[in-house]
Design a protein around this ligand. Structure first.
Ligand code: NDP
Length: 282
């Protein structure tokens, strides 16, 4: 029987626990606070930001929102970030990506204090992660690790194949798996014979952004499949990078899209904000 890795259900549990924790923190005078900066009118970003704010509100994390016009200059964004870097009542700063083309994502990401970098994208935090001394972790890979732990999927010595090498998913995912003693292969658009490599995977993590690319002939029987992809078909349906209906017949464990990795990402963002708040009074 294939087991569905239910990120929606588990993330609800994580958020319930965080809500209780935040209630306790508030009783001792600590109000976790997250700044959310959105520049422009990208519809997908608006949805992500709305979902993040909804989760924060449920948990009791205070959010300070800046929804800025797409004409905002890079300097204005950097100044805003710096203002909150200096404000001790702020524990996390999130600048929703992508940014309009005239603003450098690199510059903005690097401007956020590593101590308030809730997304875990700052090169210092990325370096700490690769040295197995993590402080802040990118939320999607962290969510995947936590979801697998919840389902008692052991990664030690397993062949983990990651498809995609982005800074926000593929690369940090590889580091986390390596830190937890998996044997890791990273593949990408230049990889030759992808199918031959993915078929070796005990655990296959797919983050490419190509609807339904991974079909049943990319996997071996009994595999664990984690589908990070979120793609909107012309019909409006949201699907992953994995052909769920076909692959679930072969896999032992699989994440659905939606309801798998996505909700875990948001839950980890909240968790990290609460962790930073606690860290700020140590
Ligand atoms: P990027 O576009 O930054 O990276 C995609 C990666 O996939 C690249 O490394 C690229 O290779 C590789 N790739 C593209 N085509 C192929 C192919 N045919 N075969 C093998 N590798 C390929 O994407 P992201 O990592 O940001 O996101 C990936 C997907 O995950 C998207 O659908 C995104 O929406 C989703 N996502 C979901 C999240 C969630 O919370 N559920 C969070 C973040 C992302 P190369 O480097 O050679 O170009």
């Amino acid at each position: 029987m294939t087991v569905l890795l239910d990120g929606k259900k588990y993330s609800a549990k994580v958020k319930d626990n965080l809500k209780q924790e935040v209630t306790r923190l508030k009783e001792v005078g600590l109000q976790p606070c997250l700044v959310v900066i959105l520049v422009g009118e990208d519809p997908a970003s608006q949805v992500y930001v709305r979902n993040k704010k909804k989760a924060a509100e449920f948990i009791g994390i205070k959010t300070i929102d800046h929804t800025l016009p797409k004409t905002t200059t890079q300097q204005q964004v950097l100044e805003l970030v710096e203002k909150y870097n200096q404000d001790p009542s702020i524990h996390g700063i999130l600048v929703q990506l992508p940014l309009p083309k005239h603003i450098s994502e690199e510059k903005v990401t690097r401007a956020i204090s590593p101590l308030k970098d809730v997304d875990g994208f700052h090169p210092l935090n990325m370096g700490h992660l690769f040295m197995n001394e993590p402080y802040s972790l990118p939320c999607t890979p962290r969510g995947i690790m936590e979801l697998m732990k919840e389902y008692k999927i052991d990664v030690v010595g397993k062949n983990v194949v990651i498809v995609g090498r982005s800074n926000i998913v593929g690369r940090p995912m590889a580091a986390l798996m390596l830190n937890d003693d998996a044997t890791v292969t990273i593949t990408h658009s230049k990889t030759k014979n992808l199918k031959e490599i993915t078929k070796q995977a005990d655990i296959l993590i797919v983050a490419i952004g190509k609807a339904l690319l991974i079909t049943a002939d990319y996997v071996k029987k009994g595999v664990v499949v984690i589908d990070v992809g979120m793609n909107r078909l012309a019909s409006g349906k949201l699907v992953g990078d994995v052909d769920f209906d076909a692959v679930k017949e072969v896999a032992d464990y699989i994440t659905p899209v939606p309801g798998g990795v996505g909700p875990m990402t948001i839950a980890m963002l909240m968790k990290q904000t609460v962790e930073f708040a606690k860290e700020s009074v140590k």
